[in-house]
Design a protein around this ligand. Structure first.
Ligand SMILES: *Cc1c(COP(=O)(O)O)cnc(C)c1O
Length: 425
């Protein structure tokens, strides 16, 4: 029998596209009774065929020796590895053309494990603002308990506010991580990824320690923005959102080089923050439709954004497709994003009461937090997802009681417009 290469990336001279690879990459049906779809490997542990084999598997898993040419890491225990976890990790590398991906039990597990792998007591983390509420809480309330300080810088000015922030941070301690989120939740503020990579390198030259760069790519990745291609070390995801895409699972991801991610993997094994077999299997199913879902949602989002922009009861629409041509932000967008995506905020005229009236009148769009699912969702960040962010910070970031965030789904666009029209009416 011919052994097929189940990690084939091309046929002849043709490089296969990621959306094609999502249906097969990293899985050999012949290892599973010919089952076309990977079974769910619902098991905590794996049998070794001999004691020698078990010893060898551990030597590789714990880094005691390098794997020989063609030697696959053996399956040991589902906190260390599992076929469903490995298949989904292999597929997640393809959009970014990355060496390695790690999948976690949540986006916060991916973020926390990656940060803990690179931050030590006395270190400083420099981060963009705004960032996801959970990440902000981690940096502001939990990391200081471990002697880790933080300095924020405002995203979206289009000028280099990072270099002066890094110099300020270096006075507090060793800057070991530069963290960013772009487009930022909820405002869609953009960060210049090339600039972040350049600043990290320059800081390494002058201070003798290059900070590791980490970017939360939940809003546009993996389709429309690949931070690794701009020199960012770790690309982070809440896979709960677009990649999971059906609002039925919680998971996270980290993507990068072997060298950068191996310490993170070691921490994950000990923290136990890996994704379980069933969730990994659901993610695999979701990856098959990722491209069509994200494309359809983005088409719908443009129609919804254009409707809102013309509506007399709407003050502003923070949709990336409306960036001013020639502006510094549009320049960043053109260099690193290939779509405006489908999550954005807008402000209703009339304050919180008017915004709540819209939310309470929705008939198709659902009133819920989270984003990136097949169904459209709306919420009020000021009092919901970003409730915990201090008011003065929200004021500075233009998140007001009248701000609504919409995650546009894959329904018929005209139904979404009709729903918003009646809710605003
Ligand atoms: C939801 C979200 C997270 C957290 O992910 P969980 O899967 O909920 O842990 C992190 N970053 C962004 C931008 C998010 O939207």
């Amino acid at each position: 029998m011919r052994k097929r290469d189940y990690r084939k990336k091309q046929i002849g001279n043709r490089q296969l596209a990621p959306e094609t690879q999502m249906m097969g990459y990293g899985y050999d049906p012949m290892l599973s009774e010919g089952s076309l779809k990977p079974p769910i490997f619902q098991t905590s542990t794996f049998a070794f065929s001999s004691a020698e084999e078990g010893k060898g598997f551990f030597e590789i898993a714990y880094g005691k020796r390098e794997a020989a040419q063609g030697e696959e890491p053996g399956l040991i225990y589902s906190r260390i590895n599992n076929p469903n976890l490995e298949i989904v990790e292999n597929r997640l590398t393809l959009w970014d053309n990355a060496e390695m991906a790690l999948v976690f039990s949540s986006g916060m597990a991916a973020i926390t494990t990656s940060m803990m792998a690179y931050l030590r007591p006395g270190d400083v983390i420099v981060h963009s603002e705004p960032i996801y509420g959970g990440t902000e809480y981690l940096i502001r309330n939990i990391l200081p308990e471990y002697g880790i300080k933080s300095v924020g810088y405002l995203a979206g000015t289009g000028e280099d506010t990072l270099s002066p922030t890094l110099e300020k941070a270096a006075k507090l301690g060793r800057v070991s991580v530069i963290y960013g989120e772009t487009p930022a939740n909820p405002t869609n503020q953009l960060l210049d990824l090339d600039l972040m990579a350049r600043c990290a390198a320059a800081h390494g030259e002058t201070h003798g320690h290059r900070p590791v760069t980490m970017v939360d790519n939940t809003f546009l990745g993996p389709l429309w923005q690949q931070p690794g291609r701009h020199g960012i070390d770790i690309t982070l995801y809440s896979l709960t959102k677009y990649v999971g895409g059906h609002s039925d699972l919680v998971a996270g991801g980290a993507i990068g080089s072997y060298e950068i991610l191996n310490p993170v993997k070691g921490f994950r094994t000990i923290f136990g923050t890996q994704s379980d077999a069933h969730t990994s299997w659901l993610l695999m199913r979701s990856l098959e439709t990722l491209k069509v879902r994200m494309e359809r949602a983005a088409e719908n989002a443009r129609i919804v954004a254009e409707f809102l922009r013309e509506h007399p009861k709407i003050k502003t629409v923070n949709y990336l497709g409306f960036l001013e041509p020639g502006s510094p932000l549009k320049d960043i967008f053109d260099r690193q994003c290939t779509s405006a995506g489908s999550t954005f905020t807008f402000d209703v005229i009339g304050g919180e009461a008017a915004a709540f009236a819209v939310l309470n009148s929705l008939q198709v769009i659902k009133l819920a937090v989270s984003l990136g699912g097949t169904e459209s969702l709306m919420e009020a960040p000021y009092s919901m997802t970003h409730s915990d962010v201090p008011d003065d910070v929200k004021d500075r970031l233009n998140i007001t009681p009248a701000t609504l965030r919409v995650s546009v789904g894959i329904e018929h666009a005209d139904d979404l417009v009709a729903d918003l029209a009646q809710a605003l009416g």
